[in-house]
Write a protein of this length. Sequence first.
Length: 133
Amino acid sequence: MTVAGSEEIWLPLVDEPVGDIVAKIQSEDPEIDRLVGSPHRILAFRTFAYIRVGLLLGELLFEQDLSVQDADGTWVDTLLRDPKHHDALHREVRAVAEEIAADPKYADEEPLGPDDAARDRFREFARRQLAGD
């Protein structure tokens, strides 16, 4: 019996729709990117956000009486049509981001991209270059 090499094994980190839900909420709330804007923070954020969104979706499913008539899509689509469920998921994802941002283990990490001052310096440089100064 041979064991497949690690390059032959691929497991998704998260199955749909949980990853899509977290990504959508993250795109709707720019503050989340600011809170988790370093490599280790992003990894921790995604790991815990996926878990907590999955758990919350499970809770919502058990709390709701979904009939066959309601199910014109997946049960997740049906749940997300209700704004209060979307808001609950947003609060959960935001809470994860705030907890990761407050974790002292990540205090010394540099952000992934440039800070606002660096962006301003670049814009000024680009304006001067384009103006021919």
